[in-house]
Design a protein around this ligand. Structure first.
Ligand SMILES: [Zn+2]
Length: 233
């Protein structure tokens, strides 16, 4: 058990980066299989025993995957998808009430909380899992800057608060400097919202240039030695 804890902590430190509204939960991803959750017909997991809620989760997953399919083509990633109903997580695990995506090597978990039960949030998080699937764990980790990862996830996330305000439209390219998780998510809430909004526009411009149908292929190229600048920019 002690050894297990050491592995869990080491993994948290090494790979504990999450996406929107970050709170680390990689240990939850490691141990989700033994958390005693209900298994839904599509393989997703939840702590909710309510048949109505379970049915809603299945529909939400379906509609979120459809949004990705309609935007970039059929998604291939098969993350462990967890819907939890308490705002602070499930079991002993503390998680973000909206949503987060956890990566433990090739293993991916998308954890959706009660505040994130919308197609926007679920599609956003599933898109992170898709980027990971297409680019591969190490390429994503080593090569893809956070502004691009978030900007691409925002292409399937239509929440109006992340639309770029006219007064923020200047200095769009400054977002390219936000290559790390810590730089992208630094500043107050409004600053971070403007990072998302700018990244969304920058990546939308890129998608328009390469074409939606080519996005998965562009990500895939990162697996074969190409740098981000060569494959994407
Ligand atoms: Zn994100």
């Amino acid at each position: 058990m002690r050894r297990l804890m050491v592995v869990a902590i080491a993994s948290s430190l090494a790979f504990g980066f999450t996406s929107v509204h970050a709170l680390p939960g990689p240990t939850a991803c490691m141990f989700v299989g033994v958390a005693g959750l209900h298994v839904l017909p599509d393989g997703s997991l939840t702590d909710s025993p309510s048949p109505d809620e379970q049915e809603r989760y299945v529909r939400l997953t379906l509609e979120s995957r459809e949004r990705i399919a309609n935007t970039f083509g059929e998604p291939k990633a098969k993350p462990v998808l967890v819907y939890f109903s308490r705002p602070d997580g499930f079991g002993p695990f503390k998680l973000n009430a909206f949503g987060s995506t956890q990566f433990i090597g090739p293993h991916t978990c998308v954890m959706i909380g009660p505040a994130g039960q919308s197609i926007d949030v679920v599609a956003h998080e599933l898109m992170h899992a898709e980027i990971h699937e297409r680019a591969g764990f190490w390429s994503r980790f080593m090569k893809i800057p956070t502004w691009f990862d978030e900007g691409l996830a925002m292409q399937v996330d239509f929440r109006p608060k992340y639309l770029l305000a006219a007064e923020d439209a200047h200095g769009l390219d400054e977002v390219r400097h936000l290559t790390s998780f810590s730089s992208f998510f630094s500043g107050g809430e409004q600053v971070i919202i403007s990072h998302y909004a700018k990244a969304r526009v920058l990546v939308a411009n890129w998608v328009e240039r390469v074409g939606r149908a080519a996005v998965y292929q562009q990500l895939h190229q990162l697996r074969y030695g190409q740098s981000f600048a060569e494959a994407i920019e």
